[in-house]
Design a protein around this ligand. Structure first.
Ligand code: AMP
Length: 400
């Protein structure tokens, strides 16, 4: 069932509280990456054009229910003002009389950004009283924060119970359309590229994807748990010993389901994760790895994966192919980013590391959809219900 969206509602003259995800990296008051702000502009501009008073609410970092100067959203208000070329009033209070007055003062066509939701312990506890206080600032609730849709918090789940009208914002709707289409109605062949440190964090994702995809390409440290399951020597590479049997089970499951399951055929090895010491490129299984560890996929793996992905109808990529924070070990991940960008099918990239790899490779705008949600993407791909989404009303359709 489709969720009601912002375009289904009449916003004129209404106070519209939009839950956004403005959890951007800030150091000494400076925002180093404003991608998440830019991603919300469409919804904000739409609400303004409809004649609403826009009230923006977000969290920033983990202040755990206490006020912290370094986690104030004030710098975000300043940047947003520039991006929108429109005044943004900053309310130093998240709720209460001062916040209500700020919203009144902004009036129709005005924008107010509330202070960090997580300065209040009621936010993450999904406290009903805090949700009610937030609801006093608005007539309509719009959830545009896909990145926290997997959390049942006062500003994502609780508030819906206190307002008559709620809906998904444009960003949330786009996220759900791309991810939903990929999962339930993919253009085939449908391939998943999965990397990162551990299988454990992505076990349910792999299990669920195996029921949908035609092929899986594995990279990063998680490959070593699978390789160990195939009795291939992996030196001192990062491995989850307790998950080797499960990894073997997943590979069997892939075989039963006729899903192609690819592991790296060569890799870059080093004595250390953080710098290149005794670095070499070896075939996977070459015992010359000795005490070294695998830190990146090798060039043969890159070209094999790139070749195999070329005709994909849909690709979902999550997780780096190596320790890409160390420049010497970032080659494989960046090359894969370029290969994914070259594919003419639908390409979806999610997760902070894969997104920065795509950005570093300079191909961000060649990706069909770059998802703003990290954990939420994984929960969605694992087939779980996202509470922030489940809380929103279904769309009423007239065709019956
Ligand atoms: P995740 O959060 O599970 O997506 O994992 C991301 C992390 O995996 C990054 O910090 C990478 O440095 C790390 N990683 C990727 N490949 C390897 C590897 N071969 N050995 C150790 N860590 C890795």
């Amino acid at each position: 069932m489709q969720k009601q969206t912002i375009t289904d509602l009449d916003l004129a003259g209404k106070r519209v509280l939009i839950r956004v995800d403005f959890n951007v990296p800030i150091k000494d008051g400076l925002i180093s990456d404003d991608t998440r702000l830019r991603a919300s502009l469409g919804t904000i501009q739409y609400a303004l054009a409809q004649g609403a008073t826009v009230v923006l609410a977000s969290h920033l970092g983990r202040p755990n229910g206490t006020r912290s100067d370094t986690l104030s959203l004030k710098p975000v208000a300043d940047r947003l003002e520039k991006l929108l070329n429109h005044p943004v009033f900053f309310s130093p209070e998240t709720t209460g009389t001062a916040a209500i007055e700020a919203v009144l003062e902004a009036g129709s066509g005005g924008i107010v950004l509330l202070e960090n939701l997580r300065f209040h312990s009621g936010e993450e506890k999904n406290d009903s009283e805090f949700a009610r206080e937030l609801s006093l600032l608005a007539d309509i609730f719009i959830n545009d924060a896909f990145g926290v849709a997997h959390r049942a918090h006062a500003s994502t789940e609780g508030i819906v119970k206190h307002l008559k009208q709620s809906a998904a914002g444009l960003l949330m709707t786009a996220e759900l359309n791309y991810l939903g289409d990929a999962l339930w109605n993919p253009k085939r062949p449908f391939a998943a590229v999965l990397g990162g440190a551990k299988i454990s964090g992505k076990l349910e994702v792999i299990q669920n994807l195996l029921t949908q995809v035609d092929a899986v390409f594995i990279g990063g440290a998680m490959a070593y748990t699978f390789l160990k399951g195939r009795n291939i020597p992996i030196g001192h590479s990062l491995v989850e010993d307790e998950l080797v049997d499960i990894a073997v089970g997943l590979m069997k499951d892939a075989e039963t389901k006729n899903v192609r399951f690819e592991l790296p055929i060569d890799h870059v090895v080093s004595e250390r994760f953080d710098t290149a010491v005794a670095m070499d490129t070896l075939a996977v299984g070459d015992v010359n790895i000795g005490q070294r560890l695998g830190v990146d996929i090798g060039p043969r793996t890159v070209s094999h994966y790139a070749q195999s992905l070329r005709d994909a109808g849909t690709i979902i990529w999550n997780g780096p192919m190596g320790v890409f924070e160390t420049p010497a070990f970032s080659t494989g991940t960046r090359a894969l980013a370029r290969a994914v960008a070259d594919v003419s099918g639908v390409t979806i990239v999610g997760g902070g590391d894969s997104i920065s790899a795509v950005r570093q490779a300079g191909v961000l705008d060649q990706i069909t959809h770059v998802s703003t949600g990290g954990g939420a993407v994984l929960e969605f791909l694992a087939g779980k219900t996202l509470p922030g989404l489940a809380a929103l009303p279904d769309r009423i359709t007239s065709d019956f």
